[in-house]
Design a protein around this ligand. Sequence first.
Ligand code: SF4
Ligand code: SF4
Ligand code: SF4
Length: 165
Amino acid sequence: MDEDDCMVDIAKFFLTFSQDESCGKCTPCREGTQRMLEIIERITTGQGVAEDIPRLERLAKLIRKSSLCGLGRAAPNPVLSTLTYFRAEYEAHIHQKRCPSLKCTALVHYEIDPVKCVGCTACARHCPVPCIAGKPKAPHVIDQAHCIRCGRCFSVCRFDAVHRA
Ligand code: SF4
Ligand code: SF4
Ligand code: SF4
């Protein structure tokens, strides 16, 4: 892992694993990890709210204390440690609706630079929606309301005209 990894996404990855592996015998692990996962999914898709961080911490501590076996007791650890060391990343997702590592696709914003765009039409032809308008040899524009943030335009543009943030 390096600075290009999103710590909220990493926490989601480990929590998904624990949720899948939970045998379901005890309620804190069975239900609690599912609730935590729902909160993290909300955060990574831009639906997070300020109360989600204290909710995650409360649930994590409860699950750790009351689960029957090691799987449940360890399940909240990735969330707790990323909250301890990378809390600012959670806050950016929740308050600014921004993923600093550009990993959470729902929070990545694509825009075409009209100065760099030469109107080659490649982005418009590859956009699956399609939501890019423009005439050949003229700057193209993304209709933000319909963009599904798939990143195809960014990948196909050979003129470095598509910016993502
Ligand atoms: S903590 Fe252990 S016993 Fe309880 S549901 Fe999870 S895996 Fe099953
Ligand atoms: S691929 Fe790049 S240069 Fe070509 S139209 Fe799209 S943004 Fe402009
Ligand atoms: S990110 Fe995908 S949907 Fe959005 S404009 Fe680019 S190609 Fe189209």
